[in-house]
Design a protein around this ligand. Structure first.
Ligand code: NAD
Length: 293
């Protein structure tokens, strides 16, 4: 079983979610290998993880030795072969079925047969992604909430061929990371995005309609619903490109107009105002780390 031991964990994709998930793994003491296509993406992801630990030390949430240990636990690579020692791989690459399948197909040749394959897909079928592997029984959907280092929930979705051992090992592993697992069926949007995406869209529509400023809407949500951040701060972390893609994919599958992204989303994506990662979304940022502590 995977818990209570130091593991080697591969995180595929060094973007918003990959950097967040790598932070979770390194903080838990696992040897963490972050993989991306380009050195530039990798360095940005690693910089975000280091920045998170540095800030945690500065804020007194982590002692300096633990902070350094977590930073040292993380390495990066652009070579898939270096993922060979992984006990678990968590893929967080672009939301593209062919890409995710191909990555799992290639990993089959690299890692051991007992390595768990986790996918962080938001809208694709876990069964479909698992079909890329010769061993679909090892593939489990683990949908982390953003920002992954701060949010406890992980939705766990088995594919059609997921084995009982893989499901159990996944729940145990997530528990050892301090995460709360909620089991859901392999369905578009799992649980959370079924209501989060329409809700975010309705906040954007309220802004478009001039009901209130973004600051006022964020403050109203903070003060009334008990959310840790308002919708526009959250969307800036999620990324408007990702919100647009997830919303569109869910609209196409569920045919419910509440999922359809409002026009402001397309304008922001066209302008490159994607959120924190580009320095400007609903708000402006000097610090373009992918998430904060
Ligand atoms: N952003 C969110 O709030 C959120 C939340 C939960 C789940 N997700 C899901 O997580 C996944 C990643 O989303 P994100 O927001 O981190 O995207 P992102 O665009 O920030 O990052 C994706 C990263 O994957 C890398 N990549 C692409 N193809 C690759 C390949 N073949 N090999 C290695 N790396 C590759 C890219 O270079 C990029 O760095 C998607 O499946 C998305 O649906 C996103």
């Amino acid at each position: 079983m995977l818990s209570n031991q130091t593991k080697t964990v591969g995180v595929l994709g060094a973007g918003t979610m990959g950097a967040g998930i790598a932070t979770v793994m390194a903080r838990a003491g696992h040897r963490t290998i972050l993989y991306d296509l380009s050195e530039a993406n990798l360095q940005r992801g690693i910089g975000t993880v280091h920045g998170f630990f540095d800030k945690s030390v500065k804020l007194g949430k982590l002692d300096a030795t633990a902070g350094q240990g977590a930073k040292d636990a993380l390495t990066g690579t652009t070579d898939v072969a270096e993922l060979a020692p992984c006990d678990v791989v968590v893929e967080a690459v672009f939301e593209d079925l062919a890409l995710k399948k191909d990555l799992f197909h290639r990993l089959d040749e690299v890692v051991s047969q007992s390595t768990l394959f986790h996918t962080n897909t938001s809208t694709l079928s876990v069964t479909g992604i698992a079909s890329g592997s010769r061993l679909p029984e090892r593939v489990v959907g683990t949908h982390y909430c953003n920002p992954a280092p701060l949010m406890k929930l992980v939705e766990v979705a088995d594919g059609r061929h997921t084995a009982d051992w893989a499901h159990k090992a996944t729940i145990e592993f997530l528990g050892s990371l301090g995460k709360t697992s909620v089991v859901t069926k392999d369905r578009p949007g799992f649980i959370v995005n079924r209501f989060l995406i329409p809700w975010e869209n309705s906040c954007i529509r309220a802004l478009e309609a001039g009901v209130a400023t973004k600051e006022a809407i964020d403050a109203a949500v903070l003060g009334s619903l008990g959310h840790p951040m308002g919708p526009f701060r959250l969307l800036d972390i999620v990324g408007m490109d990702i919100h647009q893609q997830v919303a569109m994919r869910l609209y196409e599958q569920l045919r419910d107009p509440r999922f359809y992204p409002p026009p402001m989303v397309e304008r922001m994506v066209a302008a490159g105002d994607l959120g924190r990662k580009t320095g400007r979304g609903f708000y402006e940022y000097d610090d373009t780390r992918l998430f904060g502590s």
